[in-house]
Design a protein around this ligand. Structure first.
Ligand SMILES: Nc1ncnc2c1ncn2[C@@H]1O[C@H](COP(=O)(O)OP(=O)(O)O)[C@@H](O)[C@H]1O
Ligand SMILES: O=C(O)[C@@H](O)C(=O)COP(=O)(O)O
Length: 422
């Protein structure tokens, strides 16, 4: 039996949430999609189901999310989290509003809260407006996102366009008074027939208070920040005792490797830093040659096998956004799938050559790599950086993976991750 279930709309977002729960003393497993019945799981307090539902058709996202919710409830989860991106990645068609509505219906619940704030990564909500650092969401890089361009920062307005039922705001003036004031405001919203309540949050303190104030809600939604207060609120209800070591660092013998397909600014900085580390070796895939039909895997493996075990290695396809745009103009949108598939095949070859620890940069890239490696579920270990833990495959021979959302991690992330797993 589990206490808590979560449905995440992407893989690295799921890992981010799972890591937040683990940091509060929960034993957590993340499944890659909805697992089959055969999957054997260790005893855990929470399960996070990582879907890939952020940008698929709303009907599909709704179907998969409800199926995941039904499974999590059948395992005993008394409370569910719907995790989406801290930049509220969605369009007027969804998928945040439709999925939240469908989950409310499936759970027989009347109201949920929404809070994408993630203060540690600069995402805050003030008067219902989402900020990325000091910029409104609509003035951040997210306004140019290729699939979910965010041109409005007003969360209640965004939700009114996507969801059914009334939307209201619990603003900073109330949130800053603490959990009882937030709970009163939510109760008033419920009496007024509101279905979706956006809650301001500028700090982790606010998020913890929101967790305490929503103890009786069966569904909460937001970024990983929404989970900060939940273990504590379950503990206060006498339902959870934090584990002293909820997912220890596991050390596996064998070499390690970094694979990067993310082209985000943070990842490009991490690659540049890694290349400056004495003794580290890096290999840049010739993406144009790959897309012209030359298979690079044998060449990469010849390069890697000379270094495996003696040096930390990085293999990457990542490029600046101008170069990526040029590749996409030249080779079409299908290019990204071929790059992802190639990194997946390289991961399989490296694993066959004894690599037991992978650091992977990029949400889609991580999906391709864990899929290629046949990973079905990951036990969550200690965090390397905000939102990025070491994780351990439950069904493969010794295999540790650190899946990094493109935007996450400090400059020395790769080197630091590998240093934790010497
Ligand atoms: N040189 C390149 N040119 C074009 N696309 C690339 C290149 N390198 C990687 N990609 C693709 O860019 C995408 C990056 O997305 P993702 O892995 O989700 O990273 P992030 O988390 O930063 O968004 C992947 O689909 C990857 O295959
Ligand atoms: O909430 C967040 O910012 C992350 O958990 C997340 O979902 C990141 O998504 P990608 O940037 O698409 O990896």
């Amino acid at each position: 039996m589990i206490l808590l279930g979560a449905i995440a709309d992407d893989l690295t977002g799921a890992t981010d949430l799972a890591s937040t729960l683990r940091e509060s003393g929960m034993r957590v497993v993340q499944t890659i999609g909805l697992p089959g019945n055969h999957l054997a799981l260790p005893p855990v307090d929470a399960i996070v189901v990582a879907l890939k539902s952020r940008s698929i058709e709303p009907e599909l996202a709704v179907g998969q999310s409800v199926e995941a919710a039904t499974w999590l409830r059948s395992l005993g989860a008394g409370k569910l989290i719907f995790k989406y991106c801290s930049t509220f990645d969605s369009t007027d068609r969804g998928n945040i509003g439709p999925v939240a509505d469908a989950l409310l219906n499936a759970l027989g619940a009347d109201l949920t809260v929404h809070c994408p704030a993630f203060p540690n990564n600069g995402r805050t909500v003030y008067q219902g407006h989402l900020f990325v650092g000091s910029d409104l969401l609509s003035e951040s890089g997210m306004r140019h996102h290729p699939i979910t361009p965010m041109t409005d920062s007003n969360l209640p307005r965004l939700l009114r366009r996507q969801a059914s039922g009334d939307v209201s705001l619990v603003c900073h003036e109330i949130v800053s008074q603490g959990a009882p004031a937030i709970a009163d405001a939510i109760a008033a919203a419920r009496r007024a027939g509101v279905r979706h309540v956006v809650v301001d949050a500028l700090s982790e303190r606010h998020l913890i208070d929101i967790g305490l104030a929503t103890a009786d809600l069966v569904l909460v939604s937001g970024s990983s920040g929404i989970a900060l207060g939940i273990p504590d609120s379950l503990a206060r209800q006498g339902r959870f005792t934090p584990n002293r070591d909820p997912g220890e660092l596991r050390r596996f013998a064998g070499p390690s490797a970094v694979l990067a397909g993310s082209c985000s600014r943070a990842t490009l900085g991490q690659i540049a830093y890694f290349k400056s580390v004495p003794d580290a070796a890096s290999y840049k895939l010739d993406v144009a040659a790959l897309l012209d039909g030359r298979d690079p895997v044998d060449e990469v493996m010849a390069w890697a096998s000379r270094r495996l075990g003696s040096k930390p290695i990085l293999i990457y396809a990542s490029e600046t956004s101008e170069n990526v745009q040029a590749i996409l103009r030249g080779y079409g949108a299908g290019a990204v799938d071929r790059i992802e598939a190639t990194l997946g095949r390289i991961a399989v070859e490296l694993h066959r050559h004894g690599v037991t620890r992978f650091v992977v940069a990029g949400g889609e890239t991580s999906g391709a790599v864990v899929h290629a490696l046949g990973v079905e579920a990951l036990v969550i270990g200690p965090s390397i950086d905000t939102g990025v833990p070491w994780t351990y495959a439950t069904n493969a021979k010794p295999l540790a993976v650190a899946l990094k959302s493109g935007n996450f991690g400090s400059e020395d992330f790769f080197a630091r991750a590998l240093a934790q797993q010497p």
